[in-house]
Design a protein around this ligand. Structure first.
Ligand code: MF3
Ligand code: CO
Length: 275
């Protein structure tokens, strides 16, 4: 009994005061609504710059267009100023995995490019990414893009009340590895809300049935990064750009989703017409 009380004291005390950074902040329906508005702007801006993807356009131009679009919708670019990042867009070309910095280099036929954007509406964040091809690419490259996108969908399908966090991770990993590609381990998805990165971390690999139980009101950014070759990545001297160690191509898709009390998770980084 005494030990039981002590344990209760320790767990309540630690939870509330000692390790608040480990807390998963549940969102009210009103807060989910605001994250939804921010995420909607992200989807709008993705669609806007997608129309401009062609050989010859620079990633700096795409960055300018994305910022303009986000601000036109009354939102604030979320990445600009985040830990010293200077741009609105992360533009990751070919072997770049994530966090590619926009520059004056031009896209060329056969490239693939990851477009990662975040927006803030009334203090709440939305975060999403897609990877697309520039003109024609080989069937194997098409397969990389489709596999990464589908692995995200597999993860989202597991984002239901009662499952555990790593059920998402395991679903992503299984799908990717069955297709013969590898998941990046050095970067993970995350909770999202009043901050861009909140608890919990959402790895794209792992055994099922581990970690916290998923609850209604959790909002997660799930973001598989998939390499055609090995899983190893490294960060360039610019402090941001992550590339594959073996130079193989890499794709990245990300959705901000909210876990519902009933049924499947709601995808927030999407337009009403589903794109
Ligand atoms: N989707 C990316 C992430 O969650 C975007 C962050 S870029 C940064 O890590 F510049 F804001 F860091
Ligand atoms: Co993210």
């Amino acid at each position: 009994m005494a030990l039981g009380m002590f344990q209760t004291f320790v767990s309540v005390y630690c939870w509330r005061y000692l390790v608040p950074e480990r807390m998963i902040v549940l969102k009210t329906p009103e807060e989910v609504e605001l994250i939804g508005r921010a995420s909607h702007v992200v989807a709008k801006a993705q669609g806007f710059i997608l129309k401009e993807i062609r050989p010859g356009i620079t990633t700096k131009k795409l960055d300018d267009l994305a910022e303009e679009c986000i601000r036109d919708h009354g939102a604030i670019p979320a990445f600009k100023g985040y830990r010293g990042y200077k741009n609105t867009l992360c533009a990751s070309i070919n072997e770049q995995v994530v966090h590619g910095i926009p520059s004056s280099s031009e896209l060329k036929e056969g490239d693939i490019i990851g477009l990662d954007l975040g927006a803030i509406v009334e203090g709440f964040y939305g975060d999403g990414a897609i990877t697309v091809s520039v003109g024609q690419v080989t069937p194997e490259v098409e397969k990389l893009l489709l596999t990464t996108q589908k692995s995200l969908e597999c993860g989202i399908q597991k984002a239901v009340v009662g499952n555990r966090l790593s059920d998402i991770s395991h679903a992503v990993q299984s799908y990717v590895e069955t297709a013969g590609f590898s998941v990046v381990r050095d970067f993970v998805g995350h909770g999202i809300g009043r901050q861009l990165h909140e608890e919990p971390q959402v790895p794209n690999y792992g055994r099922p049935g581990q970690g916290p139980r998923l609850k209604s009101g959790m909002v997660l950014a799930i973001e598989p990064m998939v390499n055609m070759g090995g899983a190893a990545v490294r960060v360039l001297d610019d402090g941001w750009t992550a590339i594959t160690c073996d130079g193989s191509l890499s794709a990245h898709f990300e959705h901000t989703i909210s876990i519902q009390s009933n049924g499947p998770a709601k995808i927030l980084t999407i337009l009403d017409n589903g794109s």
